[in-house]
Every structure is written in C-alpha cells, then in structure tokens.
Design a protein around this ligand. Structure first.
Ligand SMILES: Cc1ncc(COP(=O)(O)O)c(C=O)c1O
Length: 397
C-alpha cells in the first residue's frame, strides 16, 4: 500500500516545464499541432470548417492513390503490422530487401538501406560515416535531422553561408583535416532552393571531400522520373551518399540511405540509428515500393505538379510576394516580421487555406515566412481559392 503521507519531492524540472515561454506562446496563438477530423484529397476539416492544405509535402499527390493504399493493405494481411525490432537483432524481411534493391536500381546506386523515418535515415547518412577526427562542412540552413547526425557523430563542424560554394571553399583552404565531409540538401526544404551541386562537386574533387546529400525534397520532383537532384545535374556518381524521406513525394513514412555496397555495409556497422531502431513496417515498405513504381508508370503526376506550380508562382508574383527565389514546389512567402507572418497566416486560415508559419530562429533573422508547398493534387478550383485568399491576406499586412 502506498504511504500517502510521504510526498514525493517535486523536481524543479516541473517548474521549467510549466513556465516555458515557447510553449506558452505557441498555445496562446494556436499556430501548430492542429488536429483535423477528416481529410479528402487536398481538403482537411476542423470544427466543421474546410481548409485547403497548402503546407504538406505531398508533391505528387499520391497520398490517396488506390494502388498504393491496396499495397499497404495486402502487406499488413500477409506480414502483420510490424517486425517488432531492429534488423540487426531479429532480421529484416524479404520486402525490405526488395525495396532496397528497387530504390538502389532507380537511383543508380549499388545499395540502399531503408529506415522507419526520414529523420533517422538522414541522421544516419552522417553518423554512419563521420567520426570525431573528421571535419564536416555544413550548409547553415540544413534540416534538423542532419544537424542531429552531425552532433551525434562528434565530428568538428564548420558552417558555410547558405548554398555558397565560394564560402565553403574559403573554409576548406585553411583545413588540413584528413576527412572532409560536405553535408548538403538537394532542395532546401524551407527556401525551395536547389543546391549548387556542380560547384560543390568541383570543390569536393579538389579537396578530396566526401558528399552526403539529403534529397528529401528533390526526390520525386527533379531528375528523370523524379530520380532527384543528383540526377538532375547528371552527378549521381559524384555524390557519395544519398538520403531522403518517403514522406514527401512518395506520400508514405520512412526513408533511405543509398550508396555503394561497401558504404551501406559500413553504415550498418557504425550508425546507432541503423543498429538500434526498429525496421520499417510492412505497410510502409509496401506503400513506398508501390509509390516508387507509380512514379515511373504515371508521369502525369509530375506534369500536373509543374503545371500547378507555374500557376501558383504566377499568383504570388502578381501580388509581388517575396518567394525567396524558390525554384521548386516548396515555396516560402517571406514577410520578414513575425507579426506580419501571423496576420497573413490568420487571414489565409479565415479564407480556408492551411499553411505553416516559420519564424526565427527556425529561419534566419528577417526571413520570417509562411511556408507553402504545391501538390499535383491541387485542383483548378483549389488554386482559384488560394488566389482569392492570397489577395485577401496581402491586404491585411
Ligand atoms: C530535408 C529533410 N530531411 C529529412 C526530413 C525528415 O523526414 P521525415 O519527416 O520523413 O522523418 C525532412 C522532413 O521534414 C526534411 O525536410
């Protein structure tokens, strides 16, 4: 029986939790973590109100594709929900191997390893290779998964100005370190910029550096049939390690790292995220594999994506909104001050458009923005409503 008169000593951590400013402000302005009761295509529903989703990364609009859904259902029927453990411990399954072979083949790499989250894949693409004595050269606007990988690797890290190969080379010129590793994104998720890969490859060759490229937002969008940014530049062989997520163009969950056979085997021995995390689920694996096939069988999704993108860009350009020179379907609307961002976002919501706020320190100071992403599944009617809402929101700031 518990002795109710002995009170547990209350940890001071509870004070930190209950007095945290970020959490208090987030809850006050109700900007994130919304829950929708229903979704139909690009429409989501909350408290009886309908919104057009303008911030998810369903670039090819495959999240409701019948072939992909059916593949997931059949995989659960055959294999159950999970393999309940890490592959090192209780083994992978033939469906992991099949997906890895198909991905490697599609990307033009020798081998691949799939993970239960893109975040784990991208962190592993760094921790699997970098170690304490190495020097990492990181674009200062990298995704959090890559920063986690960099920190966990223990390697020394130098940041260079965003997508600026000249600055990266200036840093390298002063460095003697044996192993130099570039960590880049193919398409920067917040800005929509395409990496200046040819310049980085040139520098990497000169300094005998290794390149890790996170192509979460380029995969499915750029290159032949969506092979990604490295393929877009014809530089797949120059990128040592490619990683990406299934949660954008493939409209699923999970991620992969692709490279040579030796490199994937090495990563399987050295990355803790690979060794100690449970395998990708049967349904997620089957959905990713079918989506990869749909991407190749049905080019109309990419065609529609680029048609929608052209119209959407036109809408924002007519309103003279600053899109930070985005070149891809990930399009920020830079407003520069958090108050403006909040009122713009509220006005979009009022008009039934759901987008996401990103403010400093998540973005560089003065770059506070609304992050939007266009999808192949946006209809002409969606785009009409988006246009109307953008005009209204612009009038409010
Ligand atoms: C550039 C980049 N890398 C990695 C990830 C992580 O992928 P996931 O959300 O599928 O875990 C994301 C997702 O936001 C991303 O934008």
């Amino acid at each position: 029986m518990p002795l109710s008169f002995i009170k547990p000593k209350s940890s001071p951590l509870w004070k930190r939790i209950s007095s945290d400013d970020s959490t208090r402000l987030r809850l006050k302005y109700d900007t994130y973590y919304h829950i929708f009761e229903r979704q139909e295509g690009t429409r989501v529903f909350k408290d009886g109100k309908e919104f057009i989703m303008l911030s998810s990364n369903d670039y090819l609009g495959l999240s409701n594709h019948p072939r992909i859904k059916e593949a997931g259902i059949q995989a659960i029927k055959k294999w159950g929900c999970s393999t309940t453990g890490a592959r090192l411990a209780n083994g992978g399954r033939i469906f992991h191997q099949e997906l890895e072979e198909k991905l490697a083949d599609f990307l033009g790499k020798e081998a691949c390893h799939v993970f239960s989250a893109g975040y784990l894949a991208c962190a592993s693409a760094v921790t699997g290779f970098a170690e304490r004595k190495d020097l990492i050269l990181a674009d200062k606007n990298l995704h959090s998964s890559l920063w986690s990988g960099i920190q966990l690797s223990g390697a020394r890290c130098e940041r260079f100005a965003h997508n600026n190969p000249v600055h990266a080379e200036e840093i390298l010129d002063d460095e003697e370190s044996a192993n130099k590793i570039f960590v880049l994104e193919g398409v920067y998720s917040m800005e929509g910029h395409i990496a200046k890969l040819p310049e980085f490859v040139e520098i990497a060759k000169k300094h005998r550096a290794f390149i890790v490229l996170d192509d979460a937002h380029g995969f499915g969008v750029l290159g032949k049939d969506g092979r990604g940014t490295a393929d877009h530049f014809g530089m797949t062989d120059n990128v040592d390690v490619l990683c990406a997520s299934f949660s954008k163009s493939l409209a699923g969950a999970g991620g992969f790292v692709a490279s040579s056979k030796d490199a994937i085997n090495y990563m399987r021995s050295h990355s803790k995220q690979t060794i100690f995390s449970a395998a990708l689920s049967p349904a997620s694996c089957a959905c990713a594999q079918e989506a990869l096939q749909v991407m190749q069988d049905e080019p109309e999704h990419r065609e529609r994506l680029f048609k929608n993108l052209q119209r959407y860009r036109g809408i924002l350009a007519n309103l003279e909104l600053d899109t930070w020179e985005s070149e891809t379907p990930a399009i920020p609307i830079v407003l520069g001050e958090k108050e403006k961002v909040y009122y713009f976002w509220k006005a979009l919501l009022e008009k039934g458009i759901y987008a996401i706020i990103s403010i400093a320190p998540g973005v560089p100071p003065g770059k506070d923005l609304i992050r939007t992403a266009i999808s192949a599944s946006h209809t002409d009617e969606d785009l009409d409503r988006i246009e109307e809402a953008m005009i209204y929101a612009k009038s409010k700031i």
